[in-house]
Design a binder for this molecule. Structure first.
Ligand SMILES: Nc1ncnc2c1ncn2[C@@H]1O[C@H](COP(=O)(O)OP(=O)(O)OP(=O)(O)O)[C@@H](O)[C@H]1O
Length: 349
C-alpha cells in the first residue's frame, strides 16, 4: 500500500479550443498523505481548479490522461456510478461560492440528509440528530433553527459552514477545498480556515487546498506546490518555501506580499499574465517571457522538476541564476533587476 492517500501521476487535462486540444494541466504529479495539507498555489489561469476537477473526474468535455491513485486505486478508470459514490463520500469538495454548492430550493437539513442517504452513512432514524450535531460541529449557533432555513436566509459565512458540514458529513479521507474563503469577509475567512484545520485534525483527512493567497498558505499548509501555466514549478514544505524560495515565479509571488519595511510603499506586482492555453509557448521554461532579464542560457530547453534539497523540487535551472540570489530579501531582487534594466537600456517587462 502506498504511503500516500492520493497520488496523481502525469495528470494531463486538455480543453478543446477552436477544434484543437490544449493542456491546462500539463503532466502534473502531486502526492498527499493522510493528515496532510497540500496547498496548490498560483495566479488565476495557472490550472489549479482544472487540476482539482480532474482529480474528481468532473471534466466531461476534456481529454484527461495519467493516473489518480486514491488509496492505491486508479479512480480515473472508474465509471460515473463509482465516481458518484466517492464524491461526497471518501473525497469531498468545498468550493469558493457556497451559493453554487447549495440547492436554493431545499432546506439545509434536507441537503445534509441527502448526502447521508446517498452514502448510507447514518440510518434514517439517526439522520435528524446527526444533522444537528454536524451543524453544531461547524460552529453554527442555534442549529435546530438553521436546519429549517433555506440557503438565502443565511449569511455567506454561515452558508460556507453548511457547505463544510455537508463535506464532512461522510467523514471524507480527502478534502479538496478550492478557494474556500475567497468570497468571504476577512474576519470570517480566518474563522472558516480555523474550522477546516480543526476538522481536518479531527478526521485525520488529507487536504488539497487551492488558493492564490499566500497568507492562507502560511497558516494552513504543511507542503506547497506552486503551479504556473499548467505545470508544477516548485514543491516544498511550507517553512522551506517561505524561507528559501527558489523558482523565480515563487519568488515573485512572495515578493508581492508586503514586508514590514514595505508597509506604506507600493506593492510589487508580477508584470504580465498567465498566457491563454492556445497562445502558450510550450517549449522551454514557461515563466521565461515574464523574466526577460534572465539570459536565455539560464533556462533549460525541456525543464523537469528535480529535487534540489530533500523534499524541495524545482523546475528549470533559471532559479540558480545570480539575479535570484536567495540570500536577497523581498524587494531587493526587484531593485537589482531595475538597476540592470537601466544599465542595459531598459528591457521591456
Ligand atoms: N472548460 C474549459 N474549457 C476551456 N478552457 C478552460 C476550461 N476550464 C479552464 N480552462 C482554461 O484552463 C486554464 C486554467 O484554468 P483554471 O480555472 O484551472 O485556473 P485557476 O488557476 O484555477 O484560476 P482561477 O484561480 O482563476 O480559478 C485557463 O487558461 C482557463 O481559461
Amino acid at each position: 500500500m502506498s504511503e500516500y492517500l492520493l497520488e496523481a501521476n502525469n495528470l494531463t487535462t486538455s480543453f478543446k479550443i477552436d477544434g484543437e486540444y490544449y493542456p491546462a494541466v500539463d503532466d502534473v504529479s502531486i502526492r498527499i498523505r493522510e493528515n496532510e495539507v497540500l496547498a496548490l498555489v498560483g495566479e488565476s489561469g495557472s490550472g489549479k481548479s482544472a487540476t482539482a476537477f480532474s482529480l474528481m473526474g468532473l471534466h466531461r468535455h476534456a481529454r484527461v490522461s495519467g493516473e489518480v491513485l486514491f488509496q492505491g486505486k486508479d479512480i480515473l478508470k472508474n465509471n460515473e456510478r463509482q465516481m458518484n459514490r466517492i464524491r461526497g463520500g471518501d473525497i469531498a469538495m468545498i468550493f469558493q461560492d457556497p451559493m453554487t454548492a447549495l440547492n436554493p430550493l431545499m432546506k439545509i437539513k434536507h441537503q445534509i440528509q441527502e448526502t447521508l442517504k446517498i452514502h448510507g452513512t447514518v440510518r434514517k432514524s439517526g439522520r435528524e440528530l446527526y444533522t444537528i450535531e454536524l451543524l453544531e460541529k461547524v460552529g453554527i449557533p442555534r442549529p435546530e433553527r438553521v436546519a429549517e432555513n433555506y440557503p438565502h436566509e443565511l449569511s455567506g459565512g454561515m452558508r460556507q459552514r453548511v457547505v463544510i458540514a455537508i463535506a464532512i458529513a461522510n467523514r471524507p479521507k480527502l478534502l479538496i477545498a478550492d478557494e474556500p474563503t475567497t468570497a468571504l469577509d476577512v474576519t470570517i475567512q480566518a474563522q472558516i480556515l480555523d474550522l477546516i484545520r480543526e476538522l481536518q485534525d479531527d478526521l485525520g483527512s488529507g487536504v488539497l487546498l487551492i488558493t492564490h493567497d499566500l497568507g492562507v498558505v502560511a497558516e494552513m499548509a504543511d507542503r506547497v506546490a506552486v503551479m504556473y501555466a499548467g505545470q508544477i514549478v516548485e514543491v516544498a514544505p511550507v517553512r522551506e518555501l517561505f524561507k528559501n524560495p527558489k523558482h523565480p515565479y515563487t519568488r515573485s509571488l512572495l515578493n508581492s506580499l508586503p514586508s514590514e519595511e514595505q508597509l506604506g510603499s507600493k506593492l510589487h506586482v508580477i508584470q504580465g499574465v498567465v498566457p491563454a492555453l492556445n497562445k502558450m509557448d510550450r517549449e522551454g521554461c514557461r515563466f521565461a517571457p515574464r523574466i526577460p532579464w534572465i539570459p536565455e542560457e539560464a533556462h533549460e530547453h525541456q525543464p523537469k522538476l528535480r529535487e534540489v534539497e530533500p523534499g524541495h523540487l524545482v523546475r528549470c535551472t533559471c532559479y540558480q541564476d545570480f539575479y535570484l540570489d536567495t540570500s536577497m530579501g523581498h524587494g531587493e531582487m526587484e531593485k537589482r533587476v531595475e538597476a540592470l534594466q537601466m544599465e542595459e537600456g531598459g528591457v521591456g517587462r
